[in-house]
Design a protein around this ligand. Sequence first.
Ligand code: PLP
Length: 393
Amino acid sequence: MNGHHAQTRAVHPPVISPAGSRPLGMPIYQGHLFSFETAGELAAAFQGPDEAFMYARLGNPTVRSLERAVAELEGGAGALATGSGMGAVNAVLMGLLRSGDHVIAQTALYGGTYALFQDLAERWGVEVTFIPGDDPAEVREALRPETRLVYLETVANPTTHVTDIPAFSAAVSGTDVLTVVDNTFAPLLCKPIDHGADIVIHSTTKYLSGHGDVIGGIAVFADPALHQRVWSHAVELGSVADPFAAWLTVRGLATVPMRVARQSESALDLAGRLAAHPSVTRVHYPGLVDHPQHEVARRLLPDGSGGVLAFELAGGRDAGSAFSEAVQLIGLGPSLGAVVSLVMHPASTSHRQMDAASLAAAGIGEGTVRLSVGLEHPDDLWTDIEQALAKAT
Ligand code: PLP
């Protein structure tokens, strides 16, 4: 830049690429501008998710680092990182479905996904058949010529219902129907692609980033052609991951195996203690032998059932609400999968518009409390839970 005016030099600082050594961690490429030697190279960069970086809505090095890392952890061929978990759900559903298509989805779904399915049905003419998700025969019965995909969650919220992914994906094997699994609650504990899934979705907001400082999502594809199709739509949708959020998530990935293992151990411990408490009428945790899908969980989640459990308080709605306000170490809040523990009482918060009958239809009791177990010592969590139970009941 010697010979140019200061005004010109100021906007063309030297761009340093390390030579002779390499960064051990992924740097943050915050910029969205990349330039090329030839117009042909630039034209090629428009073509797909693995091309040269050109404009960050189509791809960014830090975001691609996250995509490759999660694709590898999930055993997929490629991945698409998005601005939120719902961004990933939208990119997959809107990218693959068109008016007149039919979808089979399990009833116990994340609320945002359920609302999107209702929207798809009402405004976009995509028909949805909801099934309980207990028996693969439900899928065989619901199948139609225009069925395009089956949508499942490994572990559902807040009931902790576990879906037998190998059995459900086998029900559509040999057809063109895709199996899509939201694996947010069971990262690394279950690898749905190994069990026949075509697409795996995560809200990376939860366990994958793990520290409560990121909103993000990701979809992992078993087949590169599916990746290409959904990527093309995501570029139009514009729900892309921000490089800094992607960088924080890559950093979070380093400790996911240890965090999830410890959170699963603590959750099992607390589930056992809660089940023995006189104010608790029922505990929902797949690791407990009386859980309705305990046998499925033993097969699908052999190393731990995750960090989320739910329990029913004998005192119903008032007791559930009072318990959620009485915890001191544990936070009262809506998210999950973070290093800190959180409780939520659906009947007085996220599901407050529903009466007892509608709650029951969704598998939620008036006194159901959801607990996302963090990395605190389980004895400290139990001390907090015991004092809150004493106040609430
Ligand atoms: N899927 C599941 C299972 C979730 O629990 C959530 C959020 O709680 C989402 C998807 C949506 O993720 P996000 O809030 O990152 O958009």
